[in-house]
Write a protein that binds this ligand. Sequence first.
Ligand SMILES: CCCCCCCCCCCCCC(=O)SCCNC(=O)CCNC(=O)[C@H](O)C(C)(C)COP(=O)(O)OP(=O)(O)OC[C@H]1O[C@@H](n2cnc3c(N)ncnc32)[C@H](O)[C@@H]1OP(=O)(O)O
Length: 216
Amino acid sequence: MFYYGGMTPDLASAGNAEARQAALATLGGQTRELIDAVVLTDVPEDEITAVTAELAALTGRLRTLQRTAPQSFEAGPDGVPRHPGNAVIGSANPHALPLIVESTPERTVRAELAFRPSHEGPPGWVHGGVSAMILDHLLGHAAAVAGSPGMTGTLSVRYRRPVPYGEPLLATAEHTRSEGRKTWVEGRIALPDGTVLVEATGLFITPSGWGRSGPE
Ligand SMILES: CCCCCCCCCCCCCC(=O)SCCNC(=O)CCNC(=O)[C@H](O)C(C)(C)COP(=O)(O)OP(=O)(O)OC[C@H]1O[C@@H](n2cnc3c(N)ncnc32)[C@H](O)[C@@H]1OP(=O)(O)O
């Protein structure tokens, strides 16, 4: 097992740490709902002003005590550590979908997903940078399950068709080859019928300090 960014794994073992993590995940989920509500709201201006004041008060309450270090890892239901603060998979990060990545016995990875209204780029469609971010993470995960964890060196994305939000999609990725510390991976986001919307290839590089199984 490896951990990104030289972070020391500190898996929640105490019951209160688990309960706290669950509470943070619930807060993250509620905030995602809030973000979508903000993006889609059509309430009158005075109501917008009133809600903004309430949100400012809530923001102040959370700001009274802030972390200065990255979040610790938590154990996922499959035993694989997850990073709750991660922008793609983090349960406690409202910015994350959050993506739940599964690996297959063939060491490929897959994730069912549906983008949200807050991911809009061109009106009605998902922002290309958001699709790239999802693919970056998925390709990195594929490199990791293939035994070659690394940092993204390059990511090349081909946008074949606009990506809808609010509809079920499937993202998949697989390792293609490795040479020394360099690993090439490819992946795609597709409709449930297999129509590819976006595809990507990436080069992941295992930093020299990590070894084959992660940071040392
Ligand atoms: C089981 C698992 C479950 C958990 C899964 C969790 C999944 C999480 C997934 C997360 C996924 C999200 C992941 C993220 O978001 S990672 C965040 C985005 N990426 C970064 O921030 C990376 C920043 N860059 C670096 O840290 C370093 O530059 C790296 C580590 C990339 C290389 O620094 P290092 O000092 O080690 O390299 P070197 O100089 O010894 O060169 C070594 C070789 O590599 C070649 N090279 C170097 N750079 C590049 C480049 N950019 N393109 C092409 N080639 C490059 C170089 O020519 C040389 O080749 P050669 O001359 O030997 O042929």
